[in-house]
Ligand binder design. Structure first.
Ligand code: PEP
Ligand code: MN
Length: 476
């Protein structure tokens, strides 16, 4: 079968699901022309480094943690929110490293995760039918501000820049050092058992580091990063990601560079004299295709097949087993390692029916992939008070089924994709969006500090509960 040539704009010849219609096309073109001139947010060598690390994840040499908010908002771009978010990602990964004795690759849903797919283009608010909120880079949450405004794409670029700048600064100034785990803010964790478990672990890790230093190893290693060397964003490796939904924006951030050879993950190493040019999406290290936009003949798959970045594909219950393989053939025809991560999200009640068949089809095809479990998106429901929520028990159930089914199929769950937040309410408490966990949050308590304007997130304590559960099940 012949394949049409790819260009950063060839997606425009295909139908785009979840398309945003801008009333002022001229203004959009002007904004996109401006974005095209702005500098990249991330570099080709950082992107190659992530591909290399994801190759390790595929070979079970590292574990992938993909986590953050369902959607970022411009208003939540504050010092407190960002440091709480990074602190939670670091704490979570520390627990995994300690239990599984494996390096953790951290990818935040951060510095660009603004756009949201919606189940319906419009929604009813009071007695009015208005356009649905599509994320801060498209329109406003306020029902009177729902007309898509291209200027918001520019604002998203600058909020991403600010976010990334602060994340890079945090990670290069000792925030991730094991000697300051308190900076990651455990003060508001209520459950004494959870605090104790975390403190026991950090003390154990400190002792282990002191011991290594005493016997002469790792004298200069102040962070807990295993494997030595300084990471992409400072002391520890940290990468950014978002759903590649707004293709106009993604195209404007797609830049041609000679393939970065410092850390190429696979055998297509270019000859040192003439590295070939490839296209990098320079707005994030990692981008994923959502479950609603993964049509084989659609615009999103077309765009994704041409970029050099490692990519994720959401795999829900409506995906047929042969469809995954056809999708992999399109986005990764050369079967490059470290390129594709499959993010499964069936729901606790459906994983038994689908996962094994999907694993077997991919195994038979010979495609290299990382399998990670998103136990959030198949388990969303509406509480009796009308708030969107998720039960901690069903999240754990999908996770434990996922670990078991992979083992039964001679495969392995290589990581997790979570929506969590270290955000605190104004009165200093964790948010209350998901039910259950060691803090035993009840449905009646959901309304107390419900802050998400999108999907419900695990709070700090509930996230650490999940981290200990995974860490214990991978304990060596
Ligand atoms: C998400 O990750 O926020 C999301 C919308 O996921 P999915 O595409 O799997 O529904
Ligand atoms: Mn979500």
């Amino acid at each position: 079968m012949s394949v049409d040539p790819w260009t950063p704009s060839s997606w425009k010849n295909k139908p785009a699901a979840q398309d945003v219609v801008y009333p002022d096309r001229e203004k959009l073109d002007k904004v996109l022309a401006k974005i095209q001139t702005l500098p990249p947010l991330v570099t080709p060598s950082e992107i190659e480094r992530l591909r290399h690390k994801l190759g390790q994840v595929q070979r079970n040499e590292a574990f992938l943690l993909h986590a953050g908010d369902c959607a970022e908002s411009f208003d939540a771009c504050t010092h407190e929110n960002l440091s709480n978010k990074i602190g939670l990602i670091l704490s979570f990964s520390l627990i995994l490293i300690w239990g599984a004795r494996m390096p953790v690759v951290r990818i935040g849903r951060i510095a660009g995760q603004y756009a949201k797919p919606r189940s319906s283009p419009t929604e009813k608010i009071g007695d009015r039918e208005v356009l649905s909120f599509r994320g801060d880079n498209v329109n406003g949450l306020d029902p009177n501000d729902r007309t898509p405004d291209p200027e918001r794409l520019l604002s998203a670029y600058f909020h991403s820049t600010t976010t990334l700048n602060y994340v890079r600064a945090l990670l290069t100034s000792g925030f991730a050092s094991l000697h300051h785990p308190r900076d990651w803010s455990l003060s508001h964790v209520r459950s004494p058992a959870l605090r104790e478990e975390f403190e026991k672990m950090t003390e154990g890790l400190s002792d282990a580091l002191d011991f290594t230093r005493t016997i002469g190893f790792g004298a200069h290693q102040t962070s807990y990063e295993q494997g030595g060397g300084r990471g992409v964003l400072g002391e520890v490796d940290f990468f950014t990601s978002h759903e590649g939904l707004m293709l106009d924006f993604e195209e404007a951030m797609t830049r041609k560079f000679p393939i970065s050879s410092s850390l190429q993950s696979t055998s297509q190493a270019a000859s040192p004299e003439r590295p070939p040019n490839v296209y990098y999406n320079t707005s994030a290290h990692f981008l994923w295709i959502g479950d609603r936009t993964r049509q084989l003949t659609g615009a999103h798959v077309e765009y994704f097949r041409g970029i050099r970045n490692p990519i994720g594909i959401k795999v829900g219950p409506s995906m047929a087993a042969d469809e995954i393989v056809r999708l992999l053939d399109i986005v990764n025809p050369d079967r490059e390692e470290g390129k594709v991560t499959l993010i499964t999200r069936y729901g606790a009640g459906k994983i038994e029916t689908h996962l094994a068949g999907h694993i077997l089809a991919v195994q038979k095809s010979g495609h290299p992939v990382a399998w990670i479990c998103d136990p959030m998106h198949g388990n969303t429901l509406t509480s009796s008070s009308g708030l969107k929520t998720r039960h901690f028990g069903t999240i754990i159930s999908e996770l434990t089924s996922c670990i078991r089914i992979h083992a039964e199929c001679g495969s392995r769950m290589n990581g997790v994709s979570l929506e969590f937040t270290g955000e605190l309410s104004e009165d200093g408490f964790s948010v209350t969006e998901c039910v259950g966990g060691s803090m035993e949050l009840s449905e009646e308590q959901l309304g107390l500090r419900y802050q998400s304007f999108c999907d419900p997130r695990l709070n700090f304590e509930q996230s650490l509960d999940v981290a200990f559960l995974i860490s214990n099940s991978y304990k060596k």
